[in-house]
Design a protein around this ligand. Structure first.
Ligand code: BF8
Length: 655
């Protein structure tokens, strides 16, 4: 493989080493398939409709031509659907897919939460009592002298009812700034039940229903808000109560976390319900003894994708890698089992596993893969399920072959930056607040805050977009909050340790990070934990001095390597919450200028936040900085940015 070509696949040396090994082992990877199969040029811009049996209808713009009134008339599907309707329907369906994935995750958490509170799920217990009581208060659940279990049953049932709420508004909307809530009501996008909004997208995008692209996008917005301020937020909050709210801890990232002399079990997917129990099962003496009897020194757990983020944030379990590294983990030849639940799991895994010795284990009745072993996770007997998974990995250890390559790369990172932790780190236990952050934004040491999130995409160089964008932002004094695969990319580049501030951040941001003792890039968790970023933004508004809505804040969002429908839903709820959000790689509505302009321009007037598309991560970061500066100007704090060298005493004054 030519050097240039190889380097285009990833910027991570561990990944490049394994891409070479896969080539030698004749294993086909997503990187190779992306080269062999180019995207359909009509589908990629949202101009293909396959919603009925008369199609698929393709309505592309004539090549190299601007839209003409005559041409526009011709761009219709068999049913008469215009290019605008088709692009908007496709976009809305992407939101529905993404919101459904996050929200069904939230529902599974709510169901386990209720079972745990009723004592029907042994092994699970309430870990964050303070958060339980706070949420019960917020939702008007009686506390009195009731036990935590009684309160938790009511809370879980109320959370579960949010999915099927037929009327009114989701309870968590009340957490948003008042002005934002009013805007959602005025625009008619304050969501009812999460399921209802998703079903309504599927109804409206059926052939012959909603044929007004603006009206379709309105429903898309409503469903996306039901994800961010509903399903995802429920998942995050209930997980915190049940498994513990994350606090800063040291972790490691990259495929170098695998161990040659231990049983390697990778936990991959999204819902932390089973993985929490696997963490406990792997520490069981019976399991450790079994591993030793098979010749291993111990059991090494490592995470992949968002499950990795969940168990890193709460237990410090190392991160093996992000989305495009799942196949590469198998190529090491050192993974004895990979257990998966739902979302972002490549169907190629069992095939690749056959070239080595790895067992792929599915656990969810919602996600089976041909060629995998299925060990169904039963929350009522969670420890039994977890032990069976761990035992399967251990028993497979002696089958490990000699064709092994574990790359050296692994980096330290500090994770665990929940909203509560940031609040505490900034303000202390008794005066926890975002005030110091706001003050440092107002005085210009911090220029603004960016959320950089989302996936890897085999159509762009693995991790390059994330790392370049984040470096550009922190260099320009923008504090970066991260989740998902994006967070892992930054961690692999060494950006999530406190020393990164002096090395990569601008002078102002570095001085604040050094004074508080935080990295310039904060890991806030998995993709459902983007809800933590919404809460952080709201806390900034509520602490004062930066306007009275999220759209007034000097903040921006991005997903430079997005690929999942979940990313589209996340982007849409950020935009509708007032955040300028820029995506890289590709944009799925460019087949219709009207639809794209509506999302990129008109949305700003409607919601204060809007979309943008820019595949170059540095240019995208500059767009974000421009937006941040625009907001600073509107707040009258643009003059405050000064350039001064700080001595120790001045640094102490920063906090
Ligand atoms: O939910 S960032 S590739 S792993 S979709 Fe998937 Fe994208 Fe990674 Fe997590 Ni989020």
């Amino acid at each position: 493989m030519a050097e240039v070509e190889k380097n285009k696949k990833s910027v991570d040396t561990a990944s490049l080493e394994l891409i070479d090994k896969a080539c030698a082992d004749e294993v086909s990877l997503a990187f190779d398939r992306a080269e062999q199969m180019k995207p359909c040029p009509i589908g990629v811009v949202g101009s293909c409709c396959s919603n009925c049996g008369m199609g698929p209808c393709r309505v592309p713009l004539p090549k190299g031509k601007e839209e003409t009134p005559e041409g526009k008339k011709k761009r219709r599907g068999i049913c008469g659907a215009t290019a605008e309707t088709i692009a908007a329907r496709n976009f809305a369906r992407m939101i529905a897919g993404g919101a459904a994935a996050h929200s069904d995750h939230g529902r599974a958490v709510a169901e386990l939460f209720i079972a745990a509170a009723k004592g029907e799920a042994p092994g699970y217990e309430i870990r964050d009592e303070q958060k339980l009581l706070q949420l019960a208060l917020d939702w008007g659940i009686e506390i009195g002298d009731r036990s935590n279990q009684e309160i938790a049953v009511d809370l879980g049932e109320k959370a579960l009812a949010e999915f099927g709420r037929q009327e009114g508004e989701l309870l968590f909307l009340k957490r948003a700034p008042l002005k934002r809530q009013e805007l959602w009501r005025k625009r008619g996008v304050a969501p009812r039940g999460i399921d209802r909004e998703i079903v309504e997208i599927m109804h409206r995008t059926h052939a012959g229903v909603d044929q007004d692209y603006q009206n379709l996008l309105k429903q898309g917005t409503r469903a996306a808000l039901a994800d961010g301020w509903g399903g995802s937020m429920i998942a995050t909050e209930l997980q915190d109560i049940l498994f513990g709210t994350p606090a800063p801890l040291l972790g490691q990232v990259n495929l170098g976390v695998l161990k040659e002399d231990e049983v390697n079990l990778i936990i991959h997917g999204h819902e932390p319900l089973l993985s929490e129990m696997i963490v406990v099962a792997a520490q069981d003496t019976e399991m450790i003894e079994l591993a030793k009897s098979k010749g291993a020194k111990g059991i090494n757990l490592a995470g992949m994708c968002c499950t990795a983020n969940e168990i890193l944030m709460r237990h410090g379990v190392p991160l093996a890698g992000n989305f495009l590294q799942q196949e590469l983990a198998l190529v090491t030849g050192a993974v004895d089992a990979m257990v998966v639940d739902v979302q972002c799991i490549m169907e190629s895994l069992p095939d690749i596993a056959q070239c080595y010795h790895t067992k792929i284990i599915t656990t969810s009745p919602k996600a089976k893969i041909t060629g995998a072993i299925h060990i169904e996770f039963d929350e009522h007997k969670a420890m039994e399920s977890a032990k069976e998974v761990v035992r399967t990995a251990i028993e497979n250890f002696p089958r490990r072959g000699k064709n092994i390559l574990i790359p050296q790369e692994q980096h330290d990172l500090i994770a665990g930056f929940s909203h509560e932790t940031i609040n505490y780190l900034l303000g202390g236990l008794f005066r926890a607040s975002y005030r110091p952050l706001n003050d440092n934004i107002i005085n210009g040491r911090i220029r603004g805050v960016a959320g950089v999130v989302g996936c890897n995409n085999a159509r762009s160089t693995h991790n390059e977009g994330h790392i370049n964008m984040v470096k550009e932002l922190i260099k320009n004094d923008v504090l970066v909050l991260q989740t998902g695969c994006s967070a892992m990319a930054s961690a692999m580049a060494g950006l999530m340790v406190p020393e990164a501030a002096a090395k990569y951040a601008g002078e102002g941001l570095a001085s604040v990070c050094e004074a508080v003792g935080i990295p310039p890039v904060l890991h806030m968790g998995s993709c459902v934990d983007n809800s933590r970023i919404l809460i952080a933004a709201t806390a900034m508004v509520k602490d004062g001095g930066l306007g009275d809505d999220i759209s007034d804040l000097p903040v921006a969002g991005a997903a430079p390597e997005w690929m999942s429908e979940k990313a589209i839903s996340i982007g849409q709820y950020f935009v509708a919450s007032g955040v300028f959000t820029v995506f890289g790689v590709t944009w799925p509505t460019t087949g219709s200028k009207e639809v794209t302009d509506y999302l990129f321009k008109d949305f700003e007037e409607m919601y204060g936040g809007m979309w943008a598309f820019e595949p170059d991560p540095i240019k995208a970061a500059q767009l974000m900085i421009e937006h941040i500066d625009k907001k600073r100007k509107a707040l009258g704090i643009d003059k405050a940015r000064e350039r001064i060298l700080y001595d120790m005493e001045m640094r102490r004054d920063l906090i």
